[in-house]
Design a binder for this molecule. Structure first.
Ligand code: ADP
Length: 429
């Protein structure tokens, strides 16, 4: 029997996201005498635990497939190496969770227990729980006995009132949260992730990694999402500026504010500075611009030229009008890489729908059918569609709910399913 094995990390299959599962090759499982459902310890830069399942879809793959949540707990990225070994985890008597943001949960601890039952946990790890509205992130504040422990149906789940402010929990957006942009993500990984994680590669080759990348495409197609995903996958500091805001909110101090942002980014590198709607501050010369905008652009240009970093600070800018931005910004050493983020095709729409229905109890819903009839919808539209369908399902049971009551009874929660008709209704709007 082999006790320990070293594997390269790959992303999780969509169906596995948020379930604490690690998929590995059946042959490797046999060599390690692992059976489906066993708990393994995954050691990257940190340790985390997962339930092992066979990777039946790809044979002979020397990879471990884990989702963004597990990667972040093990502090590794895609293509990094981890070692795994089998561990025995005790049953958890109690698990205390601290939400990363103040939350009011429907169903409270019961609801969480149902989602995390069977999962191995250890103190300090983050868990992401998909809910209809948004994924919630919790930090495991403590376990009894000490971890790793497995949550069972008898585990007492305690949710702390206070959120964890000390541990700055990133939103934890990962590549698996982005649908239908495989090629674009690949480009982003090469242009941004690689230099952020391995600046030495570029130094050795004597080439400069890109300082600026321009993402262009219609609103709601996932530009911000991609920027956030690279930041969280690389553990980089993420600073957002919105183009219109830098001019209006910091009126009179815009240039100062920009300088501060760049300083902070360099000090806390690796960092990603995300400038949304860059066209609003940097329209083409000749187009109507005020003196202030001109000064802001000049400042931005000089800050980018002055970036000493070796790929450790990357500026990502987004626009839906790439042809209307100042050409000086698109020259070498500035935003000299561009990636188009287009409107998703049918397949892309289906993937996006899969992502946005992940936390939903759906029944008799064919996502292919919805993808067929949503031509022209972008990611943001599909996300709203799913939320609207869920609200529809909720309205069906609201007459049965007593809002005064502390916790909603289980049998009512069980009735809460989102159906084909809910989607049909949502599509009418
Ligand atoms: P943009 O920056 O291109 O205007 P965002 O990235 O802010 O768009 O997208 C808004 C929301 O729409 C996201 O938070 C997400 O919920 C959803 N969304 C957009 N594109 C995608 C996508 N490709 N996959 C999954 N969800 C998406």
């Amino acid at each position: 029997m082999i006790e320990e094995i070293n594997l390269r990390v790959a992303e999780a299959y969509h169906k596995d996201v948020g379930r604490g599962i690690a998929r590995i090759d059946t042959r490797l499982m046999q060599q390690m005498e692992l059976v489906s459902g066993d708990i393994i310890e995954i050691s990257g830069k940190a340790k985390t635990y997962a339930i092992v399942w066979p990777n039946v879809e790809r044979e002979q793959e020397n990879r471990i497939r884990i989702d963004g949540n597990l990667r972040s707990n093990a502090k590794v990225g895609i293509d990094d190496r981890v070692t795994i070994q089998k561990v025995q985890a005790k049953h958890a008597q109690r698990v205390t969770l601290a939400p990363s943001q103040p939350v009011r949960l429907v169903g409270g601890a019961h609801y969480i227990l149902r989602i995390i039952e069977g999962r191995p946990l250890n103190k300090g790890q983050q868990i992401r729980v998909e809910t209809v509205n948004n994924p919630l992130t919790f930090v495991v504040a403590s376990t009894r006995p000490a971890g790793p422990v497995v949550v069972t149906k008898d585990t007492d789940i305690v949710i702390k009132e206070k959120s964890v402010e000390e541990a700055r929990v990133p939103e934890g957006i990962s590549y698996e949260d982005i649908g239908g942009l495989k090629r674009e993500i690949q480009l982003v990984r090469e242009m941004i992730e690689l230099p952020l994680r391995h600046p030495e590669l570029f130094q050795k080759l004597g080439i400069e990694p890109p300082k600026g990348v321009l993402l262009h495409g219609p609103p709601g197609t996932g530009k911000t999402l991609i920027a956030k995903a690279v930041a969280s996958e690389t553990d980089a500091n993420f600073i957002t500026i919105s183009g219109p805001e830098i001019v209006s909110k910091y009126y009179g101090e815009s240039e100062q504010k920009l300088r501060e942002i760049f300083e902070e980014a360099e000090k806390e590198a690796p960092s990603i500075i995300f400038i949304d709607e860059i066209d609003s501050i940097a329209p083409k010369r000749g187009e109507v611009t005020g003196e202030l905008e001109r000064r802001v652009v000049a400042q931005l240009l000089s800050l980018m030229d002055g970036l000493k970093s070796r790929g450790e600070v990357v500026v990502i800018a987004a626009t839906n009008r790439p042809n209307s931005i100042d050409e000086a910004l698109r020259r070498g050493g500035r935003f000299d890489r561009e990636i188009e983020i287009g409107i998703p095709d049918r397949n892309g729409r289906k993937q996006i729908l899969l992502i946005h229905t992940r936390g939903m109890p759906i029944q008799d819903v064919s996502l292919s059918e919805i993808a067929d009839v949503t031509h022209g919808f972008v990611g943001a539209d599909l996300s709203s569609l799913c939320k609207e369908a869920a609200m529809h399902a909720l309205r069906r049971i609201t007459p049965e709910i007593d809002i005064e009551e502390e916790e909603i009874p289980q049998e009512i929660l069980d009735k809460l399913v989102v159906t084909r008709d809910d989607f049909k209704e949502a599509l009418k709007n």
